[in-house]
Design a protein around this ligand. Structure first.
Ligand code: GRF
Length: 227
């Protein structure tokens, strides 16, 4: 299994604490998560967004990535398909067949899921800091606060090409408390994600093993919510 990170990597740390079999940690930018992997003697790979970003008109925006200024040369264009195919090839080359995104800041192109005759289809997992389908997107915690909801939470799901969608494997609610700001609520949600995501991945891997390595997508479609 590979874990994909872009940031702090506290969920990766939680996975390692419970002994999940993490064979490889991949990142789209230099980040603390890569250091956590290196400290744990886990192989790392950096497929940099910047290497797939050209200074052209028509930039895209997400997760502090390639959008925006490029030294005054105008918006930058991110080659999402090229990046996604390169990442798929690198992971496959390392023998990876299950991928867990843990704060990964790049939306994978449909070509990632189709790569190698659908090698990763139904085998890419994600955790998101809201009770999907409520509040998809990069600002899920902020959006929940802005909406004035009394509870939010987190969702572990099988990733599909549509962002923050796909079969739900587990969800858990987290109350919004008086005085919560984005950082405080996100940290309480992440505390739950650090338990729920590793446990859900462990169960998923068990089913993968029991599946004899065949595609899990049909089984995943049968999954019900645990909340
Ligand atoms: C988590 O809240 C996850 O749901 C979101 O990014 C955060 C990652 O946190 N996609 P960390 O980098 O593992 O601390």
């Amino acid at each position: 299994m590979a874990v994909l990170v872009s940031g702090t990597g506290s969920i990766l740390e939680a996975m390692l604490r419970v002994g999940l079999p993490v064979d490889l940690v991949g990142a789209d930018r230099p980040c603390r998560g890569l250091g956590i992997a290196a400290d744990a003697a886990i192989s790392t790979v950096l497929v940099g967004r910047d290497d797939w970003t050209a200074s052209q008109a028509g930039g895209v925006g997400e997760a502090g990535g390639a959008a925006g200024a490029d030294g005054g040369m105008g918006p930058r264009r991110f080659d999402r398909k090229g990046f996604s195919c390169e990442l798929a090839a690198v992971l496959a080359g390392q023998g990876i067949d299950v991928v867990a995104m843990a704060g990964f800041g790049t939306v994978l192109d449909v070509s990632f899921f189709a790569w190698g005759d659908g090698r990763f289809r139904g085998r890419v997992l994600n955790t998101h800091p809201s009770l999907l389908p409520a509040f998809p997107g990069w600002h899920a915690v902020r959006d929940a606060l802005d909406a004035g909801v009394s509870e939010s939470g987190c969702t572990v799901h099988v990733a599909i090409p549509e962002v923050d969608a796909g079969p739900v494997l587990a969800q858990r609610a987290v109350p919004v408390l008086a005085g919560d700001d984005e950082a405080a609520l996100h940290e309480r949600i992440k505390a739950v994600e650090r338990e729920l995501y590793p446990a859900t991945i462990a169960a998923f891997l068990e089913r993968c093993a029991g599946d004899g390595g065949s595609k899990l997508e049909p089984n995943c479609r049968q999954e019900g919510q645990t909340r």
